[in-house]
Write a protein that binds this ligand. Structure first.
Ligand code: GDP
Length: 297
């Protein structure tokens, strides 16, 4: 995902660390290249600007240029700022699912990987945390999506709410809650309907479901390959329904990675998980330190 960015930055920093003494101009020139590399990776302009400003502030002045390894010092500052840009508060993998049955609302556009991610999370909660999990699809417009979730449930050994024709999303959500309560489930995941674009009807439906079940977590699933669009989608969903975190999918792809770097800074919401493939075990807790390490190669 970050190959291009990583390559660009390692070129800049290789040159910098080979030099002995650094002037403030050297640092400034290097940061200009970092700026271009970030913009090319589709990091938003504001985030890039702020990032460079913070690094510049820490890197200029006596502390860096007079240190024994000035180049490495600059790299360390960039590394630390990358982590600060990516990091939210608390453990991204710790879902608030105490007090059973806890509801987990999955929202996002059609094709973002929402249904797959629902199954991935259900599998994770079942296998790693020993939770009893129920999944329900609320996508009444697309019977195939409902069946897809049932098939995935069968594959991973997680129960899905039986499909009842003619019910609307809120009715299904309430039925899921009831079934989760009566059936002694720890958590129920609601896979809401997506649309190709954000529209009022979609938001109204998600809001109605949210109001019906008061979810403990609302996770937005966005396609990491879509760069700044992913960030815009997140900002809109958060404004309309309020999300507690983001899952970035397709991070195994060859996108430029800008969505990951802009997400928290623009939306204020942390990335909680990343999708790294189509299989139901291809989900990882988002790890800012590892991502920063990968970006710096
Ligand atoms: P939905 O419409 O949002 O529910 O999207 P789906 O879950 O049906 O996913 C759409 C397509 O993206 C499917 O072919 C998934 O296998 C694929 N997909 C989902 N997540 C990932 C991921 O993290 N990496 C890759 N490579 N493919 C993914």
């Amino acid at each position: 995902m970050f190959e291009n960015l990583s390559e660009r930055l390692s070129g800049v920093f290789d040159r910098l660390t080979k030099q002995g003494a650094l002037s403030e101009d050297d640092v400034r020139a290097a940061l200009r290249e970092v700026r271009v590399a970030l913009l090319e990776a589709d990091v938003s302009l504001d985030v890039t600007r702020e990032f460079i400003k913070r690094v510049q502030k820490k890197a200029t002045g006596a502390s860096v240029t007079k240190s024994i390894t000035p180049g490495q010092q600059v790299v360390k500052i960039v590394h630390d700022e990358l982590i600060a840009t990516l990091e939210g508060e608390g453990d991204p993998g710790a879902l608030k699912i105490d007090n059973p049955p806890a509801s987990l609302l999955m929202v996002g556009l059609q094709g973002s990987g929402k249904t797959t991610t629902t199954a991935k999370l259900a599998r994770r909660l079942t296998e790693r945390e020993g939770k009893r999990v129920l999944m329900a699809s609320l996508d009444t417009n697309r019977p195939a999506a409902m069946e897809q979730l049932a098939i995935l449930g069968g594959q991973i050994g997680v129960d899905t709410l039986p499909i009842v024709a003619g019910q609307n999303a809120v009715q299904i959500a309430k039925r899921a809650k009831q079934q989760a309560t009566l059936g002694g489930y720890d958590v129920y995941l609601l896979d809401t309907a997506g649309r190709l674009h954000i529209d009022e009807a979609l938001m109204a439906e998600v809001q109605a479901v949210r109001d019906a079940v008061s979810p403990r977590e609302t996770l937005l699933v966005v396609d990491g390959l879509t760069g700044q669009d992913a960030v815009n989608v997140a900002a809109e969903f958060d404004g309309k329904v309020g999300v507690t975190g983001v899952v970035l999918t397709r991070m195994d792809g060859d996108g430029r990675g800008g969505a990951a770097l802009s997400m928290r800074a623009v939306t204020g919401k942390p990335i909680r998980f990343v999708g790294l493939g189509e299989k139901t075990d291809a989900l990882e807790v988002f790890d800012p330190k590892r991502v920063a390490g990968r970006i710096l190669g």
